[in-house]
Design a protein around this ligand. Structure first.
Ligand SMILES: Cc1ncc(COP(=O)(O)O)c(C=O)c1O
Length: 386
């Protein structure tokens, strides 16, 4: 991987040490250019002028096909969304909950998992079982806890593939096998995987998988996607609906709900420009190769974790084992409030990182464009804090 050449295409690399891709990744020039070009085209030619409207639809289809390829799914199983959270909400609010149905999740989760799950408890009397996991909980222990929590009332096992809080990579394939063996569905939040972990939803056994465009894929905000296993589309009721939610017919006195097509979740208009950016970001990442990216991110993270582990008063929360982690690294400096630590890293070193509330920690995201030098800068900044 020619990191120096890639960094030339990502302008923020020339200004700051940007280690916050897990929140939002910096777009390469080509992504921003694709968005701008599409907006210019619509401005110059008119958005509904014959040829312009059709090319916008073609862009949307190319985005779906690109996501399908990234996830090893069929385009008919992909819905373009605004972000990860929208996709998760479409599924969880559209499943038929009965009082007493159970959802299994865990304490390390993002609010985009926990809050939609708790709403099913509030609305339908579903039971949310929140497993207590350590930030570096070993895979066999996670599986034992999931196994013990599963019951004949479990309808959904709902986890992030990689925990945003501490970077723990969950043993999702084995969790999926357990869920299936007990007749439960598995939904995964892929906010921290798409673009840094090779993904194959069929191999994982995910029933639903939701991703953002703006994090490790380096696209813009406002363009994400949801995978829904084909046979399940008819079981998920669309909550927000418009024309695509009905079988086309034209008779205003007759209505027949569309059931089998994922298009039923699509509302009216959406931005072709943002999708043009998504197509470009998918191309950019696939050209580098997700497997290569994963290897590089793990190497950078291992170097950082190893240096932090040698530092007095610093505790690494993220698993040290590569198989249980990614480019996300969370740590605590004894006696330093995480928010203050992140502010100081910015003020004194121009490092862009973030703090996480639970477990209270600082988090650094290392993506392929980050360098060994930047890892050394983070190490120096943390050493100053400690
Ligand atoms: C695990 C996880 N889920 C959901 C989200 C929210 O992502 P989005 O803005 O794409 O909905 C994030 C963002 O940090 C995340 O880390």
């Amino acid at each position: 991987m020619d990191v120096a050449r890639l960094r030339q295409q990502i302008p923020v690399c020339q200004r700051y040490t940007y280690v916050n891709t897990g929140w939002s990744g910096p777009s390469p020039l080509s992504v921003t250019r694709a968005i701008r070009d599409r907006l210019d085209h619509e401005m110059d030619e008119g958005p509904t002028t014959p040829g312009v409207y059709e090319s916008g639809r073609d862009i949307q289809e190319r985005a779906r096909a690109g996501v399908a390829q990234l996830l090893n799914a069929s385009p008919e199983e992909i819905l373009l969304t605004e972000n990860t959270t929208q996709g998760l909400n479409i599924v969880i609010n559209g499943l038929p909950w009965e009082p007493g149905d159970e959802i299994i999740t865990c304490n390390l989760e993002h609010s985009s998992v926990l809050v939609p799950a708790y709403y099913q408890q509030r609305r339908h009397g579903a039971v949310v079982k929140v497993l207590d996991l350590d930030a570096d909980e070993p895979a066999d222990s996670i599986l034992a806890k999931v196994d013990a929590a599963l019951s004949e009332r479990t309808r959904l096992v709902f986890f992030s593939h990689v925990q945003y809080s501490c970077g723990l990579r969950m043993p999702v394939k084995e969790i999926g096998r357990l869920a299936r063996s007990r007749g439960a569905l598995m939904m995964l939040d892929g906010a921290q995987t798409a673009g840094q972990v090779p993904l194959d939803v069929a191999d994982i056994g995910a029933d639903f998988y939701s991703i953002p465009g703006q994090k490790w894929l380096l696209g813009s905000e406002g363009a994400g996607a949801l995978y829904m296993r084909g046979e399940l589309v008819s079981q998920v009721e669309p909550i927000h609906v418009a024309g695509h939610g009905a079988v086309p017919g034209g008779d205003p006195h007759r209505f027949e709900a569309s059931t089998g097509s994922i298009g039923k979740f699509t509302l009216s208009s959406s931005s072709a420009a943002l999708r043009a950016g998504m197509v470009e970001s998918l191309r950019f990442i696939q050209d580098i190769g997700v497997e290569e990216i994963e290897g590089r991110n793990l190497g950078l993270a291992a170097a950082l974790k190893s240096a932090l582990c040698d530092m007095p008063r610093v505790r690494v929360l993220t698993p040290l084992d590569g198989a249980a982690s990614t480019g996300l690294v969370s740590f605590v400096v004894d006696g330093v409030n995480a928010k203050d630590g992140v502010s100081q890293m910015w003020e004194k070193h121009r490092i862009v990182a973030r703090s996480v509330a639970y477990p209270d920690s600082m988090r650094v995201s290392l993506h392929f464009f980050n360098t060994e030098d930047e890892v050394a800068q983070v190490v120096e900044a943390v050493s100053n804090l400690a």
